[in-house]
Design a protein around this ligand. Structure first.
Ligand code: ADP
Ligand code: MG
Length: 358
């Protein structure tokens, strides 16, 4: 086990070293191509740092999406928004005719879904199994009761919870041959805890070879692609769960990786002094009451990071740390009292600056 962690860390270090070399090479290539371009034209000589910055903000998946690109060709931003619209139509629970809508209204019948939807469900199932169902895509009957997106701010009754809980069981979701999905009648899925990660991966892949760098931010699901024009890493803030919106507790520098944070402050309502938040414990039907306020996972798969971050909140600090170490994953867990815990060797892999200590 220790040996395994050691070798994972060594591989990660090697990966970082290789990545840094690649970054340096891309930068040199970029400088050379700029120099070549300037030597034939009459325009002022561009420098390596002249990659134009473009940014855009959209609203998809019930989330503010912020895109920053360096050196993007014309039209790429529009292609990204087209991707977002495509995935929203495929995966939204509330869009009629989406794959998720079709699964949720199949009433026990087997339906064929798009291979991409199938792939998300396959991975969701793996994380569900590995996390003792802390992550469960069949959580939908509960998310409908709590309705955090609709803003009804109403606590479900005990009777409602009792009726819904047996419908939350990922083991009963059958993923069959030919991208088929069968759910027992009455059960429903909600990809809110994993879809944004998958979409971030797909869009990162779409733009990777066409930009110098950029960040894709889907409300806490960030993918940092390539490098910044000054060849530095991207610095991504980790929200302070005890601070105001936009306040960071720490900053991490990375490149060509995704960093995903799930937090109990993202969507919630308060009643009689109690905060009810949107990450639900599939066992109790109630918002997770673990000791964790947020979980941040760094991975080259944003989809895995997304699902695992959600699962960590439900598992709580000790189980989550064990899960991450055993699965060779890197993360930062912040408890409700603001204490920060990292997986072994995290700071050797990723430059981390802690801004606030509680
Ligand atoms: P966010 O959507 O705020 O980025 P998460 O990735 O943690 O945060 O996902 C939370 C969403 O996932 C909820 O809004 C809900 O749709 C769904 N969800 C809630 N609890 C669970 C759970 N235990 N397992 C899987 N999905 C969940
Ligand atoms: Mg998630």
């Amino acid at each position: 086990m220790i040996h395994c962690l050691h070798s994972i860390r060594q591989k990660s270090r090697l990966r970082i070293l290789l990545r840094s070399l690649c970054l340096l090479m891309s930068c040199l290539l970029f400088m050379t191509s700029c120099a070549a371009a300037s030597s034939v034209g009459s325009a002022p000589a561009p420098t390596a740092f002249a990659a134009e910055r473009t940014s855009g903000v959209g609203f998809y998946f019930d989330t503010v999406v912020t895109i920053v690109l360096y050196g993007a060709p014309e039209g790429l931003m529009d292609e990204i928004w087209a991707d977002c619209a495509y995935y929203e139509n495929l995966l939204s629970k509330t869009i009629e005719g989406s794959d998720v809508d079709r699964i949720n209204h199949a009433e026990g019948k087997t339906i064929t879904v798009h291979p991409e939807t199938y792939e998300i469900l396959r991975r969701a199932r793996e994380v569900s199994d590995a996390s003792g169902h802390a992550f469960s895509v069949t959580v939908a009957p509960l998310t409908e009761l709590w309705d955090f997106t609709g803003g009804t701010e109403r606590m479900p009754t005990e009777e409602e919870l009792r009726t819904s809980l047996p419908l939350v069981n990922d083991d009963l979701m059958v993923l069959g041959e030919g991208n088929t999905v069968t759910l027992p009648a009455g059960m429903k899925i909600d990809l809110g805890g994993i879809a944004k990660g998958y979409i971030a991966d797909q869009i990162a892949e779409h733009i990777r070879s066409r930009v110098l760098g950029g960040t894709l931010n889907f409300g806490g699901n960030v993918y940092a692609v390539g490098i910044k024009p000054d060849a530095s890493l991207f610095r991504i803030g980790i929200r302070d769960p005890l601070g105001a919106e936009g306040e960071s507790i720490a900053v991490i520098s990375l490149s060509d990786l995704s960093i995903v944070t799930s937090g109990i402050y993202e969507r919630f309502f308060e009643k009689d002094g109690i905060r009810y938040h949107h990450i639900l414990n599939p066992e109790t039907g109630l918002p997770s009451d673990s000791d964790l306020a947020s979980a941040t996972i760094v991975s080259d798969s944003s989809m895995t990071a997304d699902a695992v971050a959600t699962a960590c909140i439900v598992m709580g600090k000790d189980l989550a740390l064990k899960y991450l170490q055993e699965n060779g994953m890197n993360g930062i867990l912040i408890t409700r009292d603001g204490k920060l815990f990292t997986t072994e060797g995290f700071e050797d892999l990723f430059p981390l600056t802690v801004l606030t200590s509680y």
